[in-house]
Design a protein around this ligand. Structure first.
Ligand code: ATP
Length: 140
């Protein structure tokens, strides 16, 4: 079966994933996308989520925060603000981050909306924590 090379790169860690895969499923700003070998050229902005990588009959999950994906017929490059493989995720840290973000969002909602809480920042932190927990199979 045809495969396509996937590289996931972050500014902090460099390449965290580099393998020939069968299919990648991501959430982009334009919606959910499934990328197969020989896909047309594409450049898109990614949402923070757990991307699904189909390889050798298995599915692997990788948490990615923001960033971009460039696709050519034989290669996918993901350049994310941050990315974690399941083994590198600290579950307690992600749970604390989730709790902190939920508390900030709740405080914002019960305040006059001109409060000093940065709601966009809290929502982004919540999405990062949820993606990390999802990769560890924890549905928050
Ligand atoms: P926190 O609030 O726990 O610091 P964050 O979402 O603000 O989380 P980021 O700014 O997205 O963290 O990431 C900073 C660095 O820490 C990145 O290299 C990222 O991969 C890593 N990182 C963040 N959270 C975790 C986690 N729960 N487990 C492992 N690595 C993590």
């Amino acid at each position: 079966m045809a495969t396509i090379k996937l590289e996931i790169v972050t500014p902090d860690k460099g390449e965290i994933f580099g393998k020939d895969i069968d299919m990648l499923i991501v959430r982009s700003k334009a919606g959910e996308l499934g990328i197969l070998p020989k896909h047309a050229n594409l450049l898109t902005e990614l949402l923070t989520h757990a991307m699904r990588i189909k390889v050798g009959g298995n599915e692997e999950l990788v948490a990615t925060s923001g960033g971009f994906m460039e696709v050519t017929p034989d290669k996918i490059t993901v350049l994310a603000d941050a990315a974690e493989l399941p083994d590198s995720i600290d579950v307690e840290r992600a749970k604390s981050s989730l709790k902190r973000a939920e508390e900030r969002i709740a405080a914002y909602k019960s305040s006059s909306k001109d409060s000093i809480i940065d709601i966009k920042r809290a929502e982004a932190a919540l999405a990062r924590a949820k993606a990390r927990l999802l990769v560890k199979n924890i549905h928050s």
